[in-house]
Structure formats: C-alpha cells, structure tokens
Design a protein around this ligand. Structure first.
Ligand code: SF4
Ligand code: SF4
Length: 119
C-alpha cells in the first residue's frame, strides 16, 4: 500500500489553513481597492460620460422607468476591468466603486446589472 499519499494527507491536515470558507470574506482591502459599482439614481444626470470613457464597452445607457425613463448606466460586470475610470469621470460622483467583491452568480447573465440593481 502506498504510504506517501497517506503521509501527505496527514501533513496537509496539520498545515496552516490558506483558504477561507465561501462566502466569508475577511480579507483586508487596501484603501484604493476597487470592487463592485454603486449608483445613486437620484443624483445621476444621465450625461453618459461613464459610458463614453469605459475602455471595454461595459456600460450601456438604459431607460429607468422610475426616473421618467431617463437613461442611466447599466453595467456588465462580466466585462468590467474595475479600472474605475467611470467613477473618476462622473461629474456628480453618483457612480462609485465599492470594496464589495461578492458577485458570484449561477447564471452569467445575472452579471448584467440594471441601474436599479447598482445599490
Ligand atoms: S470600472 Fe472601468 S471597465 Fe468597469 S465599467 Fe467602469 S470604466 Fe468600464
Ligand atoms: S453615472 Fe455619472 S457619468 Fe454616468 S451618466 Fe450618471 S452622472 Fe453621468
């Protein structure tokens, strides 16, 4: 019977744990860490500057019925580079990148976030 695999299991079970349980997220993030977007629908002026500057065509301006069908950014997190250019260019600071990183989904189509979902 091979003894090495058994010894490896024993050794690994005694080693320090390097991973954390999902979805627990205790990782310390740097001050300038850029995670998921948050949009303030009441402040957005529908200027589309965020859409124009996005280097990966991640943002599409879509109508928001609760705001008189004004167009606001819909963001596809599947394409996002988290470069924060959209945050920097926003003239009223209503679009920010938070430190939130938890956007796991079962269906990749759920990574397309309407303005109302960016809260
Ligand atoms: S963070 Fe960068 S890639 Fe993502 S939506 Fe904003 S500008 Fe586009
Ligand atoms: S989020 Fe900011 S940059 Fe984008 S449309 Fe609204 S006001 Fe303009």
């Amino acid at each position: 019977m091979p003894i090495k695999p058994i010894l490896d299991v024993i050794k690994n079970s005694l080693d320090k744990q390097f991973t954390i349980e999902f979805p627990e997220d205790n990782e310390e993030k740097a001050d300038n860490y850029k995670g998921l977007h948050r949009l303030d629908l009441d402040t957005c002026i529908s200027c589309a500057a965020c859409q124009r500057i996005c280097p990966n065509q991640t943002i599409e301006m879509v109508e928001v019925p609760s705001k008189g069908n004004r167009k606001m950014p819909q963001i596809n997190w599947e394409r996002c580079l988290f470069c924060a250019l959209c945050e920097e260019v926003c003239p009223v600071h209503c679009l920010i990148l938070t430190k939130d990183t938890q956007y796991e989904v079962y269906d990749r189509r759920d990574l397309l976030k309407r303005p109302e979902e960016l809260r």
